[in-house]
Design a protein around this ligand. Structure first.
Ligand SMILES: Nc1ncnc2c1ncn2[C@@H]1O[C@H](COP(=O)(O)OP(=O)(O)O)[C@@H](O)[C@H]1O
Ligand SMILES: O=P(O)(O)OC[C@H](O)CO
Length: 504
């Protein structure tokens, strides 16, 4: 008898800022296997954040094997795999050997602040916003690539000769997992390419004018493809031979995982940072309120779908800072118990501008600030201020989103590692004055990558198959009166301004 196992599952590789996950999903979107591994955060100087790309690659092999083995799954049971990733994080490696020439420079890293300031001074702000949908900021990849080429001896000349390759983590993993120096596929998708500040948002192609302005050689760039198509097959890992049928940035994958396929639908993902994305359909909406215009996703040959994005750099990572740098808690989840030791924030507000401030402020020179301290304040108040800062920053971007889109928020769909925190979710509903909804499936980033892969390989017919999988786990309703809510928010606005212009 022949083996008649037909693939009933989809795999998703979710390479995030703090960890790498591999998850296997059944057709209904439920998880059948999962493994996760954290990697080192490297802080060589104030404001610098790096990862070791080879550690991430090793972790990728490890989590795929562990998830498959733990669940006793065979590769033939996996129809295809989607890759989703922390965006903007920049890797440059040697085409012949596969060796990275420098650590990955992480999206939160601020080392290119001077280069940003120079471009702003030259009047580049409007031009970059128009062509890429993005403001000039330390956040995006283009200037990070240039920094590596200018600080690693001989790198610029080698890049110009085509000896070096650039990729965000998606492209780095795809190249390595499909053959590396022996025919590895060097490609990325529009959602990731759109965050380099080198892709034109209208043509969805690398733009010679942008490449020249940021001083990045075209020879090192990956091919730009859609978010959902057959990229090639894995040539390594436990899933050797399995097709890779999706690649998309993690926040775009979460938009897909939350099935926000209609214009006006939005989600907020609470992880290391917080990212609110609203689907704006096939039309680009230019922001006048400090949001990003970005790709939502592009499924195969279908027209690209755009989004407005409010990116917040520091949310869950502030909880980790409380754990790792101050030692106030042993584990991230301990913050909830500590915050519950006090009835309110005791007047303390924490502006976590560790990487400057992103949306809607875009101030590279802001730095972290704690306001309102008195002799009364204790660690419970600090913990509370930490949690509140996530929800208050979210209100800042919701207000910008409402202003840009003309749509009043009716409810907020949430996901990500922080949404297990009930105190945070309740405060979020209170400060926004709308219900906050958590879906049953919280791993929406990985789910979105699996969905995008499933659409490309025929596992799903179309997006209607996906929408019916979405279901509510819990809703938090607002319970704070208007006066208290607005007084609290006004104090936050005051605290925010205190963090501005700290760096000269
Ligand atoms: N119970 C909790 N309360 C608050 N924050 C939490 C809690 N559990 C985890 N976190 C935070 O969530 C983040 C991890 O979320 P995750 O979505 O896995 O992040 P990423 O994809 O960015 O790596 C960490 O920064 C961690 O501090
Ligand atoms: O890996 P996450 O979930 O922290 O997401 C990071 C974002 O993609 C950065 O833009």
């Amino acid at each position: 008898m022949t083996n008649t196992i037909s693939p009933q599952y989809l795999g998703a590789l979710d390479q995030g800022t703090t960890s790498t996950r591999f998850m296997v999903f059944a057709r209904a979107g439920n998880v059948v296997a999962s493994a996760q591994k954290e990697h080192r955060q490297i802080y060589p100087n104030p404001g610098w954040v790096e990862h070791d790309p080879l550690e991430i690659l090793r972790n990728t092999h490890f989590v795929i094997a562990e998830a498959m083995d733990d669940a006793g799954l065979k590769p033939v049971e996996i129809a295809s795999v989607g890759i989703t990733n922390q965006r903007e994080t920049t890797v440059v490696w040697d085409r012949q050997t596969g060796a990275p020439i420098y650590n990955a420079i992480v999206w939160q890293d601020t080392r290119v602040a001077d280069a940003v300031a120079l471009l702003v001074k030259d009047g580049g702000q409007d031009r970059f916003r128009k062509q890429t949908g993005l403001p000039l900021s330390t956040y995006f990849s283009g200037l990070k690539i240039a920094w590596i080429l200018d600080h690693v001896e001989g790198a610029r000349g080698r890049a110009e000769k085509g000896e070096l390759l650039f990729g965000n983590i998606d492209a780095f993993l795809l190249w390595n997992l499909t053959g590396g120096a022996h025919g590895g596929i060097h490609a990325t998708d529009v959602t990731n390419a759109g965050r380099t500040q080198l892709m034109n948002l209208d043509t969805l192609a690398w733009d010679a004018e942008l490449l020249s302005a940021l001083n990045v050689p075209a020879a090192m760039l990956p091919e730009i493809r859609s978010s959902s198509e057959h990229y090639g097959d894995l040539s390594t890992t436990r899933l050797k031979g399995t097709p890779v049928c999706a690649m998309l940035g993690d926040q775009h994958a979460a938009l897909v995982g939350q099935t926000c396929f209609e214009p006006g639908e939005l989600k907020n993902t609470y992880g290391t940072g917080c990212f609110l994305l609203m689907n704006t359909g096939t039309e680009k909406v230019e922001s006048t309120s400090g949001l990003l215009t970005t790709l939502g996703y592009k499924f195969g040959k279908a027209a690209p779908v755009y989004a407005l994005e409010g990116s917040i750099a520091v949310t869950g990572s502030l909880v980790q800072w409380l754990r790792d740098n101050l030692g106030l808690i042993g584990k991230s989840e301990d913050i909830e118990a500590l915050a519950m030791t006090v009835p309110d924030n005791g007047g303390v507000f924490f502006v976590p501008a560790f990487s400057g401030l992103y949306a809607p402020w875009w101030r590279d020179s802001a730095r972290g600030t704690i306001c309102g301290l008195t002799r009364y304040a204790n660690k419970g108040h600090i913990a509370r201020a930490v949690l509140e800062s996530t929800a208050l920053q979210t209100r800042d971007v919701v207000e910008a989103m409402e202003s840009d889109s003309g749509i009043a928020l009716k409810q907020l769909r949430t996901d990500g590692g922080m949404v297990v925190n009930e105190t945070l979710m309740q405060f979020q509903a209170d400060i926004l004055n709308v219900p906050v909804v958590r879906p049953k499936m919280r791993e929406t980033t990985a789910l979105g990558a699996a969905y995008a892969a499933g659409l490309a390989c025929g596992f799903y017919k179309d997006t209607t198959d996906l929408v019916q999988n979405w279901a509510i786990d819990k809703t938090w309703n607002p319970a704070l009166d208007e006066t208290a809510r607005e007084r609290h928010y006004a104090k936050w606005k005051k605290a925010i301004t205190r963090s501005f212009d700290w760096e000269d």
